[in-house]
Design a protein around this ligand. Structure first.
Ligand code: NAG
Ligand code: NAG
Ligand code: NAG
Ligand code: NAG
Length: 580
């Protein structure tokens, strides 16, 4: 009888044990609820795919309902691997396109996919590339008919699809941890424990059934996408010397360097008035010649191209078909960049010397164009040089996490909120003040300060400031750094960049109808981003269903046993009392 009590206690303890077991191995010092949580759950550093909306529908990812999604993780080697039950699929990046394709075709399989975890590092298919964008990005804006042309050969277009399940890209440092953990699931030897992923990617637009920009703005479940461009009018001088307005756009110039020949080649994609673009081409050629041993070549793009590549010039042309311009690119007929619009389009994918070469070429070209019919001063022309180490430093600050925004040029001007520069566009809360916007992101604020500093007149004779300057033609730079704020004369301004079909009224964003006067309005998708409460991904171990059933059986056994024990004890006690 006495020996039964501990057994009973053990059985009860089993019933009461939390279903989540430790996976972090930090069980020895549990002193609070957060301690317990961090021992049981592991938050995974990762990058979520979120829900974006336009006037006609949605793209991106969201949990299907209003709840977190929890499912056991299954590691796929190939997108064709099989699932036996609802699971979170963990797979290498190069299999992602195949998986999405399969999900869109095979409904049976699609129903078993609860979520997707993508491993980001060690991408072996470098030569194939990886680009989630379309083969012809921004085709809707093309000023020509051939919109099936493939500028982006590596483009899969997976970015513009809609996924009603969560997708997270794992950060490189968490990949091996998750893989190791999931290896335990794969063995199938342990019936009691399963590693699950818990996705918190509940989107407000899904919750409130607002499935396009018009309805979500009305119901306030989303905000317009947008950011700040920087404008500066240092082209004033140019304007006096060039009769017809023309655009010189700098496109992708990071991959113009040919390692073998040590030459950097750029392609001029021209469009519009031939006399204007011809002048620009001649100037580019003279600039290239003047760079001599730096070996920067300029070529006219192939005449067999359907027109200019995806660029801002396309929108200028839609607005005014007689506009003229040149887009300078490091490619001729299709992108040399195989990682367009992907996280792998990092500093290791570009060459800062190629960017420096483009900067020198453009600076000298502008000088030649500005000289107009006057003779170009060769001494001045040859003195126009690019500080290559500054370009390298800027690449490190703006494109990498190390040093990222902790680099000294950035720290001279702003106190950034993150070290890793974000390249996500962001959302607009309200109509921003263009002189001193309240919520410009780190990158915008740094570029604004940097440009204002570089282009400021009257260096030296500046007064200190903490926010605004008294004179209208001055701006206060470095204001975020204690004691570093100073007023400089500059025309640098923030230009809020968001859909022209949006206006704010009574603190609410409204979509305004497309005007027949504005050909751009009708193709403007009006992108918005859904609200969310929290976004999170964590993994933990749970007891599997088999184990739960074992416990149930055990529980029933314990109940029956206690009943018997009670009866026996009762009759024993009754006997003992009687005997007394
Ligand atoms: C708007 O979203 C839908 C997906 O719902 C997509 O098919 C369409 O191409 C998008 N429009 C633009 C201009 O990207
Ligand atoms: C369109 O561009 C041409 C040539 O650059 C210019 O002369 C004309 O004024 C522009 N039209 C409009 C409506 O801006
Ligand atoms: C950039 O150029 C340097 C030499 O100038 C070379 O070592 C490096 O591999 C190049 N990087 C890329 C991504 O082409
Ligand atoms: C080039 O840039 C570096 C880094 O910002 C700077 O230290 C250096 O003084 C610059 N050189 C010249 C000649 O301006």
């Amino acid at each position: 009888m006495v020996t039964k009590i501990p057994l009973l206690l053990v059985a009860l303890a089993l019933l009461l044990a939390p279903p989540y077991l430790s996976i972090a191995g930090a069980t020895d010092a549990l002193e609070s609820v957060p301690d317990l949580q961090s021992a049981m759950y592991r938050n995974i550093k990762s990058y979520p795919c979120v829900r974006l909306l336009n006037l006609s529908g949605e793209i991106g990812c969201s949990n299907p309902g209003q709840e977190k999604v929890i499912a056991p993780i299954v590691r796929f080697k190939h997108s064709s691997d099989e699932l036996t039950r609802l699971s979170a699929v963990l797979l290498p990046l190069e299999e992602l396109e195949g998986l999405f394709l399969r999900i869109s075709k095979d409904m049976d399989f699609a129903q078993k996919v609860a979520g997707v975890l993508v491993e980001s590092d060690g991408y072996p298919s470098k030569s194939l590339g990886f680009s989630p964008a379309e083969k012809f990005p921004q085709a809707a804006f093309a000023p020509y008919k051939n919109i099936n042309y493939e500028w982006n050969l590596a483009g899969s277009g997976i970015m513009s699809n809609q996924y009603n399940f969560p997708v997270f890209l794992l950060s490189p440092e968490t990949k091996s941890f998750v893989q190791e953990l999931v290896g335990k699931n794969a063995g199938g030897t342990d019936l009691y424990q399963v590693i699950v992923a818990e996705f918190d990617l509940v989107m407000q637009t899904t919750k409130s059934h607002t499935h396009d920009s018009g309805s979500c703005l009305k119901e306030q479940t989303c905000l317009p996408l947008g950011g700040f461009s920087k404008y500066l009018a240092f082209v004033r001088y140019l304007e006096h010397h060039i009769e017809s307005p023309a655009v010189l756009e700098i496109g992708s110039v990071g991959k113009g360097l040919d390692q073998a020949t040590r030459a950097t080649t750029f392609y001029a994609h021209a469009r519009g008035d031939s006399s204007v673009t011809k002048d620009m081409l001649t100037a580019l050629q003279s600039a290239s010649d003047s760079l001599g041993s730096d070996n920067v070549k300029i070529k006219a793009a192939d005449v067999s191209n359907p027109g200019i590549p995806p660029s801002s010039l396309m929108t200028f042309l839609r607005k005014n078909s007689s506009a003229a311009g040149i887009v300078l690119e490091d490619f001729d007929s299709s992108f040399t960049n195989k990682f367009y619009h992907s996280h792998l389009d990092s500093p290791s994918n570009i060459n800062s010397s190629s960017i420096a070469a483009a900067a020198a070429l453009v600076a000298r070209t502008l000088y030649i164009l500005a000289s107009g019919d006057l003779r170009v001063n060769l001494m001045t022309l040859n003195s126009i040089k690019v500080n290559v180490s500054l370009v390298e430093e800027l690449v490190g600050c703006l494109l990498s996490c190390e040093p990222g925004f902790s680099c000294s040029i950035v720290r001279n001007f702003i106190s950034p909120s993150n070290t890793c520069p974000s390249h996500y566009v962001g959302v607009f809360l309200d109509s921003p003040d263009t002189r001193y916007p309240e919520y410009a992101d780190d990158t915008s604020r740094f570029v604004w300060n940097f440009l204002a500093d570089k282009t400021s007149a009257l260096k030296g004779s500046t007064s200190s400031c903490t926010g605004k300057c008294n004179s209208i033609d001055q701006v206060c730079i470095g204001a975020e750094i204690e004691g570093k704020g100073r007023c400089v004369i500059s025309t640098t301004r923030y230009v809020p960049a968001y859909s022209t079909r949006l206006k704010i009224e009574d603190n609410l964003w409204h979509v305004i109808p497309a005007s027949t006067l504005d050909p751009m309005g009708s193709v403007d998708p009006v992108w918005t981003e859904s609200f969310w409460n929290t976004i999170g991904l964590r993994v933990y171990m749970v007891q599997s269903g088999t184990y739960d059933r074992l416990i149930l059986v055990g529980g029933v056994g314990v109940t029956v046993a206690s009943y018997i024990v009670t009866i026996v004890t009762k009759s024993f006690l009754a006997k003992a009392v009687k005997n007394d």
